[in-house]
Design a protein around this ligand. Structure first.
Ligand SMILES: *[C@@H]1O[C@H](CO)[C@@H](O)[C@H](O)[C@H]1NC(C)=O
Ligand SMILES: *[C@@H]1O[C@H](CO)[C@@H](O)[C@H](O)[C@H]1NC(C)=O
Length: 424
């Protein structure tokens, strides 16, 4: 079953991290370190710092999928509040790489607490499971799934991530770090090299036939009904290439820009929540009252519509889910994550009133950030702080639309909300 496979995905990612070593100490890192020390000033009196960092090397060649978890990555330290996280894939000269060459399936930023005294540049695959714990986001999926603080895909270059003043994501709070542990950060980058492949979109959608895959990464057979998704484009899997295509290797990086301020009483913390339109959840009862057990399946497929007309108008796959909110607070920011074919996503109240919506922008050209046919950005929602309140126990409806003119595999319908428990 797909859901069990998804739960297995993370251990597999962790295992592959053994292969990568942090030997990325060329001139490029020196530049990154220099940039890290550049300070800028915001309009407010709070000093906003900017750090530009590089992931470890991502080694690709035509057709190859790279899906690795980089543990202990460069990240701002201390008791601070994050204000934005932007990223893009660049080559060794620092030039942006377009999506039709390297499809950025996703990247995720996750927090861990690791036992002190184990050194730096730790390798998670060599740590005992008692030596680290996840420092996950606010929820609402089951543990180990969608627990990131930030994460997008092809839309990264044109999606706003900034958090308005005086809000921020508080990290490095000594009171939240288990005693004897320290906070560290991991980045998972999933990139697919689609130079010279037979079907660029098919590779980007992880179609199992194109990857010639019938078992998952660990060798367990996939259901014949599983046509595409993460289990077919695991780390090291190869997508079918055109005859005669060459295999020029290249080394890429995820370059990420983080902005933050020092934490003080003027900053109002926001929590990160992620909703999944294919969350198979059910209400349950425990000692603290009504609760919910979530099973976020993350991916789903879009079947091709059986349209009688020739234009295909009305071929929209609309998925909705009702979710009980386990928290209360004020919405500060919202954004959806959709794949190619996506046409819009929104959160509604039970009475149908819209709360937040996010629609994709498709590229129209060749340059990085405007690649024709790809989702190059998602619109975001910044309600006037205080104007959109969610009450604990309230039911919200998440809607996620895709065009079904073509079949799509491994699509997603996620929605991120940043929520402040209180106002300034
Ligand atoms: C696909 O996989 C099968 C079994 O692993 C292998 O025999 C075959 O050569 C592969 N085909 C291609 C085109 O790589
Ligand atoms: C989704 O599609 C339905 C039916 O076409 C439409 O009524 C609705 O407004 C769409 N929602 C979003 C968020 O795009």
């Amino acid at each position: 079953m797909v859901m069990h496979q998804l739960e297995r995905l993370k251990p597999n990612l962790l295992r592959t991290s053994r292969k990568m070593k942090s030997s990325n100490l060329g001139w490029f890192s020196v530049v990154a370190i220099l940039l890290t020390s550049i300070l800028t000033f915001s309009q407010a009196s709070q000093r906003v710092r900017t750090g530009v960092f590089l992931s470890p090397k991502i080694e690709l060649e035509p057709g190859l999928s790279s899906n690795k978890l980089y543990f202990d990555v460069d990240f701002p330290r201390g008791h601070i509040a994050l204000k934005s996280f932007d990223a893009e894939v660049v080559d060794e000269a620092g030039n942006p790489v377009p999506l039709y060459e390297t499809y950025l399936h996703h990247w995720l930023v996750e927090r861990y607490f690791v036992r002190k005294g184990l050194g730096t540049r730790r390798d998670i695959s060599r740590l005992n499971s008692s030596d680290y714990v996840s420092g996950r986001n606010g929820g609402i999926c089951n543990d180990g799934v969608l627990d990131q603080f930030f994460g997008l895909g092809s839309e990264t270059r044109k999606t706003a991530t900034h958090i308005p003043d005086p809000y921020g994501i508080e990290i490095g709070n000594p009171a939240e770090i288990p005693s004897g542990f320290e906070e560290t950060w991991a980045i998972n980058v999933h990139a697919i090299d689609t130079r010279g492949v037979e079907d660029r979109m098919g590779c980007a959608e992880c179609r199992c036939d194109l990857f010639n895959v019938t078992t998952d990464e660990s060798g367990s057979p996939l259901s014949p009904n599983y046509k595409g998704g993460l289990f077919c484009c695991y780390d090291g899997a190869r997508c079918r290439r055109k005859a005669g295509s060459n295999d020029i290797k290249r080394t890429l990086y995820l370059r990420y820009t983080v902005r933050w301020v020092d934490m003080d009483s003027s900053i109002v913390p926001v929590k990160v929540y992620i909703f999944d339109v294919v969350d198979l959840w059910r209400r349950s009862r425990n000692s603290t009252g009504i609760n919910a057990e979530h099973n976020c399946r993350v991916e789903y497929n879009i079947e091709r519509c059986r349209s009688t007309g020739s234009t295909g108008n009305g071929c929209i796959d609309k998925k909705t889910i009702s979710l009980d909110m386990p928290f209360s607070g004020y919405v500060i920011y919202g954004v959806a994550h959709l794949h190619t074919g996506g046409s819009g996503s929104a959160l509604y109240r039970k009475n149908g009133r819209p709360l937040c919506s996010s629609v994709p922008e498709y590229g129209k050209g060749k340059e990085a950030g405007n690649e024709a046919g790809y989702v190059v950005g998602m619109s975001t929602c910044y309600p006037k702080p205080g104007s959109v309140k969610i009450s604990k126990g309230e039911t919200l409806i998440l809607e996620s639309n895709y065009s079904s003119i073509q079949q799509h595999t491994g699509v997603m319908g996620l929605f991120y909300l940043l929520v402040a428990e209180k106002l300034p």
